[in-house]
Each structure stands twice: as structure tokens, then as C-alpha cells.
Design a protein around this ligand. Structure first.
Ligand SMILES: Cc1ncc(COP(=O)(O)O)c(C=O)c1O
Ligand SMILES: N[C@@H](CCOP(=O)(O)O)C(=O)O
Length: 468
């Protein structure tokens, strides 16, 4: 499988190079040159496979020829062995026709572990083979950072610097990052929003001398490997509910658009996914785009679902590229205008095409609390605020045909957001015993302004110290 950039100016690459590069050299995002498609018969043959096997089978379509299915299987088995549920990503019915796909049974209690536990192993595999080391820089609104740190702590060939927005994550999210004192990990609290953190990461990649000197790599969903590793759980749920012989819909609480993009790819690969519902909090740029072709960024506002406090959704560029008929020049121009003017001019025909599949839904903080309360009262199901946006979106926007099940991506464990859950239900969900002392552990991080030079200085110092 070969990969091209959405902006058309970067060389075509193989999977291993894409994994290590993160962002394409022209500032674009990598995508497969052609989409692999499975026939109905081939999908049927995958029904009932354990998650690790299904994941290896599907991932191999994207990693060939460099990484074989057998090598992947060793990695996926190890990646998911530590999950707290035998099904890895259990599917739980929460009301008639609506299911919760629990993606939070990994070590840091959010869906990011599903991809990141595999990515850590893929980095090890490729870096060992090539005798290289990389410096991973990442931006997080709370969950990517902790999952990446957990997956890469103490790995010999990886240095990691994670930027989070100061004071804008939950205390549990922050502590899951800042209490990891491994020498290869460094945490920076940026005085700004997640969008500022993400801009800084992209600016480091676009600073070619710095990028080359540091051998930068990425674990955010700008890295294609992250998206690829998120596709199998959509297949897992769809197959369990009768695909390819029965259509399904997914409702995905959305921020950076990586998770729902993986569902889009699963559909592109031949699964009968009838509808994709994009749930948003008050930072609703994506829902506004879907409902009214209004893709205009506003300042990020804090909400009870902080991981979705995002206005510039990186992966939208991948969908845009497809909606524009894979026209890299038009994609680059549209993205440049968005950068300059904060408004993305999507042609009406492309927007209409998107609305045939995507449906948008916005929920306020009050609505989120009400949804957590309702779900707990009516179904004894405890949802975190992000998942609750997904369940409310599923009910509001489900297909008219009641025979089409809607699967909600349950993206985080409620114990990651105890304040919001307590507000809704009156009690605080407990962390698993292995994290019971999280609030007593020593924290280590520094606070810096959203200034590229200051951040690059820290990244350089961190990488040099560890390489010495
Ligand atoms: C708990 C949770 N839910 C939803 C999202 C949004 O997912 P995405 O950024 O892939 O759209 C995130 C962050 O990525 C998250 O951490
Ligand atoms: N919600 C995310 C934001 C980054 O998203 P990513 O999927 O691009 O890594 C987070 O928790 O950090």
C-alpha cells in the first residue's frame, strides 16, 4: 500500500515512512493511494474473530508489504492483552436499537488506547528494524496525551513531548500524563487552547530544519497509522450486529474528526454503514458544517466534554480531499484560505454529498448532564460526558428505519470526568484500583506560553539529553 498527501506536493510513501513522518512534508495528511475493498463474502468470513485477530487482518491491508499479518498479530495480541475486558471493545445495548461500543477498557480509560497500544508497538518494530530513534511531539485535549505516554513510556527509541492546554483538561486526564516520570517523557502545559497546542505541533513539523534535526514524528490522528488502527472496531461492531447483511449507523462524539473518519473508511472498505452521526459540544464547527455548510472557526470555549473542545479539526482535511474528488490543489487552496480567514469555502455540491452520509448534532452542557442522568435512571448505564453527547445524538438523529441499529462510540470511562458525572448523578465514579492513588502521585510538567521558539527549545533539550 502506498500513500499520497492531501496537498499533492509530497512524495508518495510506504506505510513505515508514513508512520514515522506523521505529517506529510507539504503540510498535508497522508491517505492510501487506493482504498482496499472487501466483498460481502470476505466480510462474512471475519465475523466472530477475536478483536486482536480482526485488527491484524484489517491493518495488514494498510501495512503491506513491509509489515505482515503475522507480525501484526503478535503486536495486536500484546496490545490488547492488558485491556480490562475479554471482548476488548464490548458492545452493550443501552436501549431499543441503540448500542454502546465501549472503547475505554484500555490502560488510560479512553478510546485512544485502542490505537495507541498498537502504535507504540509499531514504532518499536520499525525503529528497531531501521536502527533509528524519533522525537514524538503531540497535542492533547486530555486523552491522546495520556494514551500516548502510556504506550511509549520507557521505550528506548522514542522521546516524547506532549502539549496540553493549561487548566483545560480534567484533573484525572492531567495526572495520567504528568505523573509519568519516565525520562523519555516530557509534559508541557501551554497557556492556550487545544487548537493552540495543535498549531504548535504542526508548526514544528512545518519548520523543516527543526523537523529533520529532531526526527519528528506524531501520534495525533494526523498520523495515518492512528486512523488505520481505529477502523477495526467499527468493523467489529458492525459484524456483530449482522453486517454485511444488515446496515448499521454510528454516532461518534467528535472533535478532531479522526474517530468518525475511521468509520468513514470502514464504509469505504465495503461495510454497509448507513449513517454517521457527528456529536458536538458547544464547539460545534463540524455540526454547523453538516447542517448548514458553515465551516467557520470560533474561539474554543471550555465545556464539560473537554476532549472535544476543538475548533480546527485536523482530519476534516482528509474528508475534504475525498469530497473534492481527490483534487490536491483544490484541497491545499481551501486549507490555506481556512488558515488565513478562519472560514472554509466548501463547494455546495461537495457539502451536499457529505450530508447524504453525515448528520450533525450539538448538545449543551446542561443537555449533557441531563443525558447522563437520564441514561443512568432509565438504563442503569453510566456514561461519561463525551459518550453522553453520542447517545443523545444517536436518539435525535437515528435513521427512520428502526431495523437499523445505531452504535455509539463510547469514548471514555466515566471515572475520567468525575465532576461532571457527580453533577448529573450525585455520585463520583471510582477509578480502577490500579489508579486509586493517582491524586497522591508526584506531578511533573512545565507551563509555557503558546510560543513556537520556547516550545522548540524544550523539545530540543529533551531530545538531546536523552540521546546523550
Ligand atoms: C473522550 C473523547 N471523546 C471524543 C473525542 C473526539 O474524537 P476525535 O478527535 O477523533 O473526533 C476525543 C478526542 O479525540 C476524546 O478524547
Ligand atoms: N481529543 C483529543 C484531541 C487530539 O485528537 P487526536 O485524535 O488528533 O489525537 C485528545 O484527547 O487529546
Amino acid at each position: 500500500m502506498r500513500y499520497l498527501s492531501t496537498r499533492g506536493e509530497a512524495p508518495v510513501r510506504e506505510f513505515e515512512d508514513v508512520l514515522l513522518a506523521g505529517l506529510a512534508e507539504d503540510g498535508g495528511l497522508f491517505l492510501p493511494e487506493t482504498w482496499p475493498e472487501l466483498s460481502a463474502e470476505e466480510w462474512r468470513a471475519l465475523r466472530g474473530l477475536p478483536y486482536a485477530e480482526l485488527s491484524a487482518r484489517l491493518m495488514a491491508l494498510f501495512t503491506a508489504p513491509a509489515i505482515s499479518e503475522a507480525e501484526l498479530l503478535t503486536m495486536t495480541r500484546a496490545a490488547y492483552a492488558g485491556f480490562g475486558h475479554a471482548a476488548t471493545a464490548p458492545l452493550v445495548q443501552i436501549e431499543p436499537g441503540i448500542f454502546s461500543l465501549e472503547l475505554f477498557h484500555g490502560p488510560t480509560l479512553a478510546f485512544k488506547d485502542m490505537a495507541m497500544q498498537l502504535l507504540g508497538r509499531l514504532f518499536d518494530h520499525v525503529l528497531a528494524k531501521r536502527g533509528q530513534r524519533v522525537t514524538i511531539v503531540g497535542a492533547t485535549s486530555g486523552d491522546t496525551g495520556s494514551a500516548a505516554i502510556e504506550a511509549c513510556r520507557d521505550r528506548a527509541a522514542v522521546d516524547m513531548v506532549i502539549l496540553h492546554p493549561e487548566g483545560r483538561t480534567s484533573a484525572v486526564q492531567r495526572r495520567q500524563m504528568t505523573t509519568v516520570l519516565s525520562p523519555n517523557i516530557r509534559n508541557i502545559a501551554v497557556q492556550g487552547s487545544f487548537d493552540d497546542c495543535q498549531d504548535l505541533v504542526k508548526a514544528m513539523f512545518n519548520d523543516a530544519p527543526f523537523r529533520n534535526e529532531m526526527k519528528l514524528s506524531a501520534v495525533n490522528s494526523i498520523n495515518w497509522a492512528r486512523i488505520a488502527a481505529q477502523i477495526p472496531y467499527y468493523a467489529y461492531a458492525a459484524l456483530a450486529l449482522g453486517a454485511p447483511d444488515r446496515p448499521v449507523a454510528f454516532s461518534v462524539p467528535t472533535g478532531n474528526f479522526g474517530n468518525v473518519l475511521a468509520a468513514w473508511v470502514a464504509r469505504r472498505m465495503g461495510l454497509p454503514i448507513e449513517r454517521l452521526i457527528v456529536g458536538a459540544n458547544r464547539n460545534d464547527i463540524l455540526a454547523r458544517f453538516i447542517t448548514s455548510n458553515d465551516m467557520s472557526a470560533r474561539p474554543v470555549e471550555p465545556s464539560l466534554s473537554p476532549s472535544m473542545d476543538i475548533q480546527v479539526s485536523s482530519n476534516f482535511e482528509r474528508l475534504l480531499f475525498e469530497l473534492l474528488g481527490r483534487d490536491a490543489k483544490a484541497t491545499a487552496e481551501t486549507m490555506t484560505r481556512f488558515r488565513a480567514e478562519g472560514r472554509m469555502p466548501v463547494p455546495d455540491a461537495a457539502w451536499k454529498q457529505a450530508t447524504e452520509l453525515f448528520h450533525g448534532f450539538t448538545l449543551s452542557d446542561e443537555g449533557t448532564l441531563e443525558e447522563i442522568r437520564r441514561l443512568y435512571a432509565e438504563s442503569a448505564y453510566l456514561a461519561d460526558p463525551h459518550t453522553a453527547i453520542g447517545t443523545a445524538a444517536a436518539r435525535a438523529m437515528r435513521p427512520a428505519d428502526a431495523g437499523i441499529p445505531v452504535v455509539v462510540a463510547a469514548t471514555a470511562h466515566p471515572a475520567k470526568f468525575p465532576d461532571a458525572v457527580e453533577k448529573a448523578t450525585g455520585f463520583r465514579p471510582a477509578l480502577p484500583p490500579r489508579m486509586a492513588d493517582l491524586h497522591e502521585r508526584e506531578e511533573r510538567f512545565e507551563v509555557l506560553p503558546a510560543d513556537l521558539e520556547a516550545i522548540e527549545t524544550v523539545v530540543r533539550g529533551h531530545a538531546r539529553r536523552n540521546a546523550a
